[in-house]
Write a protein that binds this ligand. Structure first.
Ligand SMILES: [Zn+2]
Length: 412
């Protein structure tokens, strides 16, 4: 997966996994179905159940165009396994993707928001396809089973749920930060129970990185995307508002235990240098695909209350010089909500910049007016609020804005 094994696992389960050094075996055949009473069949049953639950989740994004785009990219890198993949896009503001041995695959919006182009998305999906094609889940499951009987493996999944629900007893730093970041956003207990089945060894992660990079390059994507994406994520971690995130050895995703080290980026760069130049250098299809969701996903991102990371993400998205109305509005929102010294003045500048763009949401004028009012610029506030009302006369809060305008006029 594009995060490692569950960090929130209890100490006993974690210890049991340390010794796992799986032998790398031949790739699976496409269209594989496990024998009825095989080890794989048990794992597939669990994943089928998880998949049924995923289909019922409120965060499931069912937009046809977005799903078609992500599915197209995964099929380009999955090639012979395309028919095995069942993809679910989830509106969850974290960087994560998974692919289970039964073909059930999740891609989260926080990841889509952070990929700068199609090649970066292809890299992540190719990494996931490699875990799938090389049977990593099954090997990890068999390694577990060699030490435990099947009943205990299932019990371990339940224990993980208990551990995370207890928030911090097993691994205070990890579990607590997961709870802080996600408690109001997503079903943490559900996620922890799923993530326990996506634990891969360092050997598996390295293989997924390198074989995945070759796979996406063979599909015509830029292999340089590996190092670029990795370094972008490392840079984002250093901007976190939370000390424990900055000091967390730079980890991917919310359950990851594998360091997102510069060494991993360097290994990807070294491999990329051996691979052919990309043949797919079309216009940025990725941005076009995520554009309709930028506002909703940035709003979700702000709910994590990690303004440094959100601002960093907005900076990266702004480099393309597109969608600057929406991006500057959310830059203003991040600054306003953070509220440190100087943030309000900078938020006003960001809202101002947003209003100069054709794609500015009406709320940019409301927030600009509010920021001006709070800094004593009554005339500027009135102009911005009046523009808001002219652009969104039916808004739910229009009456409140009219009252503010009246009050400002009386103050003249
Ligand atoms: Zn992985």
């Amino acid at each position: 997966m594009f995060r490692g094994r569950a960090q929130a696992m209890g100490a006993v389960a974690a210890t049991a996994l340390v010794a796992a050094t799986p032998a790398l075996s031949a790739p699976r055949p496409p269209g594989l179905k496990p024998a009825v009473d095989s080890v794989e069949a048990g794992l597939w049953d669990l994943m089928d159940k998880a998949e049924r639950e995923a289909r019922q989740k409120a965060e499931l994004n069912t937009d046809a165009a977005l799903n078609a785009y992500v599915r197209d990219v995964i099929c380009k890198v999955a090639t012979e396994y395309c028919g095995d993949v069942r993809l679910y896009v989830m509106d969850r503001p974290f960087f994560n993707a998974t692919m289970a041995p039964n073909g059930y695959s999740e891609v989260w919006s926080g990841l889509l928001l952070r990929c700068e182009d199609e090649s970066e998305l292809a890299l992540v999906l190719s990494h996931e396809v490699t875990h799938f094609s090389e049977n990593h889940s099954i090997e990890a499951h068999e390694a577990d089973k060699r030490r435990r009987n099947a009943t205990m493996v299932v019990a371990m999944g339940i224990a993980v749920v208990g551990t995370v629900a207890a928030a911090g007893s097993a691994n205070p730093q990890s579990a607590q930060s997961i709870m802080d970041a996600t408690s109001s956003l997503i079903d943490v207990v559900y996620l922890a129970s799923i993530s326990s089945y996506f634990r891969f060894s360092r050997e598996h992660e390295t293989e997924a990185d390198i074989v995945g990079l070759r796979r996406m390059a063979a599909a015509g994507y830029s292999p340089q995307a590996g190092g670029t994406l990795w370094r972008g994520l490392i840079a984002e971690t250093t901007t976190s508002d939370f000390k424990r995130v900055r000091e967390q050895d730079t980890r991917l995703g919310i359950f990851d235990s594998h360091p997102l080290s510069p060494l991993r980026a360097e290994a990807l760069d070294a491999e990329a240098a051996k691979l052919p130049a990309p043949t797919r250098v079309a216009a940025n299809r990725h941005r076009a695909a995520i554009r309709p969701f930028l506002a909703a996903w940035l709003k979700d991102d702000l709910r994590r209350r990690d303004f440094g990371q959100t601002l960093h993400t907005i900076d990266r998205l702004s480099k393309a010089k597109e969608d600057l109305g929406v991006l500057n509005f959310y830059r203003g929102e991040a600054l306003r909500q953070r509220g440190k010294a100087g943030d309000l003045a900078n938020a006003a500048l960001a809202y101002q910049a947003a209003t100069e763009q054709a794609d500015a949401p009406p709320a940019a004028w409301r927030e600009l007016g509010e920021a001006r009012r709070r800094t004593g610029d009554a005339a500027g506030a009135k102009a911005a609020l009046a523009t808001y009302l002219s652009r969104a006369p039916e808004a739910d809060d229009a009456w409140m804005v009219r009252e503010t305008l009246d009050a400002l006029s009386k103050g003249d």
